[in-house]
Design a protein around this ligand. Structure first.
Ligand SMILES: Cc1ncc(COP(=O)(O)O)c(C=O)c1O
Length: 425
């Protein structure tokens, strides 16, 4: 059966420029299982994007594409800005950011005065990691599996300020909060002054019990910075659910916002004490906008976040996660029926995202990644050893909402061929 929305789509000469209307008009699904398998719905979503379909991109975790409506909005805002930049950028477009701030706050379950719009997760998280006054010998506690740029940030503080970086191991993959909380608690000392923890481990898609780590930090009086780069608009949650004080996000990942967009949440009463990355006037000390004093920059990326939010709402957060898990299970369950395949990600409900990682016993996975690309034009990412540990070594597979089941099946066929032939053909 073709729904009225899909019939209208075929008549639309701009293809899916009407994706938003089509999605908004879609009849409600009876349940999330039905939603995850409604191929007609996901065709509409898929056609809202402009992927290079001559290849198969299974590294959306690096950075996602934006749907066409978002791409077009960016161009529109840029073109407008170039008509009279000092007027349009600063008098028209800059104030419009406030609407975006409010919409992001609504999706996050927090107050708009607690949301800074940043260029990426790195900017927000570095604001936090550099923004605390620390003394020589103070410790920053994190894990071996946190994002390299965030670790580099701490390492620079080590060189510059004489603080110490303490990294703990985690028993990955996991589906229980207790070992994570225990590992953090065991590493806390009187000198621990900051904790950095990822909501989703970028290497494997593993979800970590961040609310529990935040509660632990609070119990010990230690601020906890949550790296939500992969979690926001991917897992179905609100930042308020975690009850944290600091949360950094990449909006160009799973919200599909323009490349170069992110957000930083700082609880209202914590804003004053956190230094911004670039200097702000003292009158702004308690204003979340002090984290946005970055000099001249395009407003286009920030304003088009609103279009990404509209697209996201059209899909619906719960439906989006259900589809991501459906696609993940389609490949992960099929491949793991082979006794040589080992998943590096727990598939337990609530403990993993749509991103997962696998390895094949006895195979060089870096070579496997190269073979998938050169032989099949399937783009994945090889995750190597971390600090000498092979816990997460494997291929990280991150489909997206535009990925179709046939794409997943083609990927599985290729992997099975690679295993069967030991990459010889
Ligand atoms: C866990 C994690 N943190 C931070 C970042 C940095 O994000 P961005 O490139 O948006 O600054 C990434 C990027 O992949 C990430 O995976």
């Amino acid at each position: 059966m073709t729904t009225p929305a899909l019939a209208g789509l075929a008549l639309d000469p701009r293809g899916i420029a009407g994706a938003l209307e089509a999605l908004a008009a879609w009849p409600a699904h009876a349940n999330l299982d039905d939603a995850a398998r409604d191929e007609e719905f996901w065709q509409v979503v898929s056609q809202g994007f402009t992927p290079d379909r001559s290849m198969l991109n299974l590294n959306n975790g690096g950075v996602c594409p934006s749907p066409r409506v978002v791409q077009e909005a960016v161009k529109r805002y840029l073109d407008h800005a170039n008509t009279a930049p000092a007027y349009v950028l600063w008098q028209l477009q800059e104030p419009q950011k406030e609407t975006v701030r409010q919409e992001l706050a609504q999706l996050s379950g927090v107050d708009a005065e607690e949301i800074a719009i940043t260029r990426n997760a790195s900017e927000g998280l570095e604001t936090c990691l550099f923004g605390f006054d620390l003394e020589r010998g103070d410790q920053i506690l994190t894990t071996h599996y946190d994002y390299p740029r965030m670790l580099t940030t701490i390492e620079q503080r080590v060189r510059r300020d004489g603080v110490e970086l303490v990294k703990i191991d985690l028993p990955l993959p996991l589906s229980d909060a207790a070992p994570v909380v225990r590992a953090f608690e065991a590493a806390i000392t009187p000198r621990t002054k900051l904790i950095l923890v990822s909501h989703v481990v970028f290497l494997t898609g593993q979800v970590l019990p961040v609310a529990e780590v935040v509660a632990l930090g609070r119990k010990h009086g230690i601020p906890v910075i949550v790296d939500g780069a992969h979690a926001f608009a991917h897992l179905d949650f609100k930042i308020s659910d975690i009850d944290c004080d600091y949360y950094g996000v990449s909006l160009h990942k799973w919200l599909f916002a323009p490349h170069g967009s992110g957000l930083l949440y700082v609880r209202r009463d914590k804003i004053r004490a956190l230094w911004p990355l670039m200097a702000a006037n003292a009158t702004q000390d308690a204003d979340i906008r002090k984290f946005e004093e970055i000099g001249t920059h395009p407003a286009a990326n920030f304003l088009a976040i609103a279009d990404a939010l509209a697209f996201h709402r059209g899909i619906g957060g719960a439906r989006k996660l259900a589809r991501m898990l459906y696609l993940r299970n389609r490949w992960a369950k099929r491949l793991s029926s082979n006794p040589r395949v080992r998943l590096k990600t727990s598939l337990a409900p609530g403990w993993a995202s749509g991103v997962a990682n696998f390895a094949v016993d006895g195979m060089d996975m870096a070579k496997f990644q190269g073979w998938l690309w050169t032989k099949h034009r399937i783009f994945t990412v090889y995750i190597g050893k971390i600090d000498g540990r092979d816990t997460v070594e494997g291929l990280r597979i991150s489909p997206c909402v535009y990925t179709l089941p046939a794409d997943i099946d083609r990927f599985c066929d290729a992997v099975e061929q690679g295993i069967r032939t030991e990459l010889a053909t």
